[in-house]
Design a protein around this ligand. Sequence first.
Ligand SMILES: Nc1ncnc2c1ncn2[C@@H]1O[C@H](COP(=O)(O)OP(=O)(O)O)[C@@H](O)[C@H]1O
Ligand SMILES: [Mg+2]
Length: 137
Amino acid sequence: MSNWRRLEDEAAMLAFGASLAQRFPSGGLITLHGDLGAGKTTLTRGLLRELGHTGNVKSPTYTLVEPYHLQGRDIYHFDLYRLGDPEELEFMGMRDYLRPDALCLVEWPEKAGGWLPEPDLRVHLRHCGAAREVFLE
Ligand SMILES: Nc1ncnc2c1ncn2[C@@H]1O[C@H](COP(=O)(O)OP(=O)(O)O)[C@@H](O)[C@H]1O
Ligand SMILES: [Mg+2]
């Protein structure tokens, strides 16, 4: 049985994202699983804000990746929803993003086919009424 934890509102999702920032003091790969509106981008915003990002966080729906440089580290936020073919990842230089010192957060990792390595952490998100639930793997 999975251990789902309830996140009551957006503030709770932001706080949860912030807590992940401490778990990853250097690089890593975090995949974010869940339907549209499950809170993947909100969680990412919480993490980025914790590291000092003050601007808005746009969904990289068309660009596929949005780079950030915070506290001396490179953080890459991916949204692969519109990825047509996993092979495109090769052309966009995915290999370079996945270096050990960079922190990568990937929405819709399923779209990458077998192209992503095993993540350090899988975050599963789902709707639960008006709230959300999270499960870490
Ligand atoms: N724990 C939560 N409870 C209620 N609403 C939430 C929660 N987390 C996020 N939301 C809201 O869900 C909506 C969609 O979130 P978003 O992060 O864009 O989803 P996704 O990136 O998974 O498609 C946003 O309006 C956000 O404020
Ligand atoms: Mg999103």
